[in-house]
Write a protein that binds this ligand. Structure first.
Ligand SMILES: Cc1cc2nc3c(=O)[nH]c(=O)nc-3n(C[C@H](O)[C@H](O)[C@H](O)COP(=O)(O)O)c2cc1C
Length: 380
């Protein structure tokens, strides 16, 4: 019988102590959908093949990153680029990548509205067995209506906050299936009758969530090991990161906070900026409108020159750092420090070209500034 971490024992070590400033988790967000995170006809990632992602996963391991993660995406944004229309399945992809790696954590994404908890419990256990204890799960309650409506899986009766109530039941059942002989559960959203799930994972897989609403953050504080935070500037990001840690502490837990960042690295700051300008030149406004629709913008707002569009015109779909390797390293260190982050999930315009530069010129500076822990552990 394998050892199983009991309910409530999931705690990142070190947090809250001076040593928690040491060792940061660095990973990549795999580009498993066309276009990557650049909404432009000039994005270098025209397709997002298994082969490409496989090379990135192997390289991530070789250069000493801590994790690889993929999103779940069911519908693209249209436009000239047909951004994210061609997307691999997250769980199948991570199972394959678990088999070709030995050390990195492999985080897959599941939508709570789309997959029964008993099915998910077994799939993530299987990922854990394939990866020898490296499985992780990104829990998404479903933000983008169109993705679900196309398969009649959007439950209009269930509001945004109630989707997190549903997710609470969902993950409670999964945690119990991972640790108990059989589960009987009579909830508002799910019912289980003597439900069995064997084998068990060696320990509870690493759980993450990127819920940014108040209810999403409450769920995250209560249920998972790490949160993906964002913010319009360092002040807002720091507020969310530290606020999340306080919320988790109030629930008698501790939590890690990560953010994601697209790194445009050039020989010089000017060369990096020239790359970014090139992406901006190919900005796909039609796909941007599709993205806005997915984010829930009203038709009247779509197409207007509002702040969202002005921001999107850079063509970057996430926060970014543009500069020489030295500039990028300094900024990442500053961000981790100021915002009390425990890690960064990296995105690159073109991974195979940039990851070796990151490994050679940026990562050593981060590892030196925040010395490495022995392992990327989450359970004690
Ligand atoms: C790093 C990161 C990864 C995410 N992955 C997915 C994903 O794979 N699929 C998805 O539909 N939404 C994804 N999201 C969206 C979030 O799960 C969440 O729904 C969104 O931030 C809105 O927060 P809320 O649900 O609390 O309103 C991601 C967001 C971030 C920042």
């Amino acid at each position: 019988m394998t050892e199983i971490a009991g309910k409530g024992s999931i705690r990142p070590p070190d947090f809250g102590l001076p040593s928690d400033r040491g060792g940061k988790d660095l990973g990549v967000f795999l580009p498993m959908a066309n276009g990557g995170w650049i909404l432009s006809t000039n994005s270098p990632i025209r397709d997002a093949s298994y082969n490409y992602n496989c090379k990135i996963a192997v390289l991530a391991e070789e250069i000493g990153l801590d994790f690889i993660m993929s999103m779940a995406k069911w519908r693209g944004y249209g436009g000239t680029t047909q951004q994210w229309r061609y997307a691999l399945d997250s769980q199948m992809l991570m199972a394959a990548l678990a088999a070709v790696t030995k050390r990195v954590k492999v985080l897959t994404t599941v939508h709570t509205l789309l997959q029964n908890p008993a099915v998910t419990a077994k799939m993530i256990t299987t990922l854990d067995l394939i990866s020898n204890g490296r499985a992780g799960l990104n829990i998404v309650t479903g933000a983008y209506k169109g993705e679900f409506e196309q398969m009649h899986a959007w439950q209009n009766a269930v509001s945004h906050d109630e989707r997190y109530d549903l997710a609470e039941e969902w993950i409670t059942i999964i945690k119990r299936l991972w640790t108990e002989e059989a589960v009987t559960f009579d909830g508002k959203y799910f019912t289980m009758d003597d439900c069995q799930s064997d084998p068990k994972p060696a320990k509870q897989p690493f759980l993450v969530c990127a819920g940014t609403s108040e209810r999403g953050m409450r769920f995250t504080a209560d249920q998972v090991d790490a949160m993906f935070c964002g913010g319009k500037d360092d002040v807002e990001l720091a507020k969310i990161s530290t606020g999340m840690k306080v919320m988790a502490r109030e629930s008698g837990r501790s939590i890690k906070t990560y953010t994601m960042m697209n790194l445009v690295i050039g020989e010089t700051d000017a060369a990096a900026q020239a790359q970014a300008d090139y992406f901006r030149e190919g900005f796909d406004f039609e796909a941007c409108k599709g993205m806005m629709r997915a984010y829930g913008f009203l038709d009247a707002e779509i197409g207007k020159e509002n702040s969202f569009v002005q921001n999107a015109r850079s063509s970057f779909m996430s926060a970014k750092i543009i500069g020489s390797a030295d500039t990028v390293a300094k900024r990442l260190i500053e961000l981790i420090d100021r915002c009390e982050l425990d890690g960064i999930m990296l995105i690159f315009p073109e991974y195979l070209q940039s990851m070796p530069i990151f490994a050679r010129e940026i990562m050593p500076q981060i590892r030196t500034r925040f010395p490495e822990r022995k392992e990327f552990a989450h359970a004690v």
